[in-house]
Design a protein around this ligand. Structure first.
Ligand code: FDA
Length: 307
């Protein structure tokens, strides 16, 4: 019930100021975000890779409001690429980008986002790593998939994300299940209207399984982005059914969520990639994590009143 309220708050500047200033916020943010600076994030990343995990790194900075921020975000990703190469991590660490951080929502945003993300994808390929385009709210899906298609002409390993809560996504999975395609399937984290998305969690889960079947049966590389134990088990069953070995798909989970399960999957020989966000612009990401789980919100509110 509170989820939609929190997701609306995720886009409110006044609530952003309030939450960011509260002293109790910091320890909770630290659970989900690997630090504000690149060197802090690199520590967290090295710790994960030394324990057999792979990572995808998000330099936080969505929903920008002017072009100069888009350039700053592009430059931050270029610096990140260099740092990964210098640390010898390019084979275990890739990057996740949100096109809204590259100007997608500004006037002329489609072309702007494409122009800003291209140098990052080029630099990533030169360094021996890849980029996955995160998926944001439903109004951005056509633009993001079109940019993905253009990037994949030169950089076929560029990854996509699809969200099972959207009615359209089974169709997108069919379109993206071809040879060489890397597709992360998630349930979806935005506040979407009933006209475009399932509202009932059970329907979202059923759609997730249908999408998973399409991707596992296809010729691409499925990336199972979920902490849900049922989805993890179903993914393993489907992989067996469609003759996929453990290195022909991977699991992905978010930094700070179900860490023991991440370790268990690695210990069983699975590929496990942790999504590691870092940076100062953590507010929207943090609010989506609160919205996903009432227990997170309850803990946060208890900390606020117990001070
Ligand atoms: P579900 O929400 O049913 O949770 C299953 C269980 O996981 C819970 O019972 C709980 O134990 C645990 N859990 C889930 N969320 C938690 C939280 N916040 N705190 C603590 N425990 C939690 N979305 C999107 O719209 N676009 C994107 O690009 C991405 N990218 C992305 C990358 C990766 C690697 C992951 C794992 C997820 C995303 N997401 C995303 C987020 C995704 O859409 C979804 O909101 C969350 O993964 C929660 O859904 P689950 O599948 O985990 O199931």
């Amino acid at each position: 019930m509170l989820g939609p309220v929190l997701l609306a708050a995720a886009r409110s500047d006044s609530i952003r100021r309030l939450v960011s200033a509260a002293p109790v916020t910091r320890p909770m943010v630290d659970r989900f975000v690997a630090g504000e600076q690149l060197d802090q994030a690199l520590e967290g990343i090295t710790s994960l890779t030394s324990r057999g995990m792979e990572v995808t790194i998000d330099h936080l900075g969505e929903d920008i409001t002017d072009r100069s921020e888009a350039l700053r975000n592009r430059d931050a990703y270029l610096a990140l690429t260099e740092a990964l190469a210098a640390a010898g991590l390019a084979d275990r660490a890739e990057m996740s980008v949100k096109l809204s951080a590259f100007g997608q929502a500004l006037p002329g945003g489609h072309e702007l986002a494409h122009a800003n993300v291209l140098p990052v994808v080029e630099a990533a390929a030169a360094a021996g790593t890849t980029v996955t385009l995160d998926m944001e709210d439903h109004t951005t899906v056509d633009s993001t998939l079109a940019i993905l298609g253009e990037l994949r002409e030169r950089f076929p390993a560029t990854g996509a994300v699809v969200q099972s809560y959207l009615f359209r996504t089974e169709g997108d999975c069919h379109a993206l299940a071809g040879e060489g395609s890397r597709v992360r399937l998630v349930k979806g984290a935005y506040n979407e209207p009933a006209a475009v998305a399932f509202q009932d969690k059970r329907e979202v889960d059923k759609a997730y399984v249908r999408c998973l079947k399409i991707l596992m049966a296809g010729k691409g590389y499925p990336m199972v982005g979920s902490h849900d134990p049922r989805m993890v088990a179903i993914a393993q069953d489907l992989a067996t059914r469609y003759g996929r070995k453990q290195d022909e798909y991977e699991f992905q989970m978010l930094y700070g969520i179900r860490a023991a399960e991440q370790e268990r999957l690695v210990a069983e020989g699975n590929r496990m990639r942790v999504y590691v966000p870092y940076g100062t612009e953590w507010y929207g990401y943090f609010m989506r994590r609160l919205a996903e789980r009432p227990a997170n919100l309850a803990f946060f509110l208890r900390s606020l009143v117990s001070r």
